[in-house]
Design a protein around this ligand. Sequence first.
Ligand code: ADP
Ligand code: MG
Length: 264
Amino acid sequence: MHPPSKLSLENVSMTFQTKAGPFEALAPVDLVVEAGRFISLIGPSGCGKSTIFNIVAGLQPPTTGRVLIDGEDATGQIGRVGYMLQKDLLLPWRTVLDNVILGMEIQGMPAGQARDRARPYLARYGLGGFENQYPSALSGGMRQRAALLRTLLLKNDVVLLDEPFGALDAQTKAQMQEWLLKIWADFNKTVIFVTHDIDEAIYLSDEICVMGTRPGRVVERIETPLARPRPRSVVVEPTFVELKHYCLGLLDPGTEDKRLDAAA
Ligand code: ADP
Ligand code: MG
């Protein structure tokens, strides 16, 4: 297994040319994610979270700035990071096992070898016995696990997860969070996770990156002062609750105006 990679965004901004004129979706962002860290991006709809992911994944050239992986310029390069969208995008005509190996196959690994590599993980992640079934036989949580496994089996050391659990019910989501932490420990990856759920962000992450809108930008980065492994009861610990309130304050669109009022 490779060591995880360090990801850096240097002065990355995005201005879309629209019919109504230029639209600044993302003000310049500088962000360093050290190798092996798990960070979450939270922020209102439209603050540029997916835009950052599309830029890091090389799908969207930034208007300014560079993306570096382990200090090497990777701007605009597709295939350098693993990227999983909210929708699981399993192919209905491929078995679960063959869906899980899809990314490895695309990266050039022969199918037989990829299947051998994937099989033990299917069992470990609650998909044992479903190898030869089709995605239609899986529950929502199982589909997300298969999609997550597919992303994490890639040789990429940086993984972008865009609201992967947004559509799941609370109990399935809690289980998925446990899977994800287990997988993260197993695979030794650098993870950037987007969520609307502040509890989820705090529970999972080493660091929360709070974003704001107009234009999209990073408002504040906060270390999560919670030891690992974290019991689920951590959510009622004072440190957790305080951090949650602090994040909510940063996300409340009224907060900024109130601060300005207070300063006036
Ligand atoms: P988020 O993922 O945080 O909800 P996005 O990154 O998807 O936000 O979008 C940021 C802003 O950029 C939004 O206002 C969105 O409408 C706008 N935007 C995204 N893609 C385009 C595009 N191709 N052309 C014009 N505007 C875009
Ligand atoms: Mg988005």
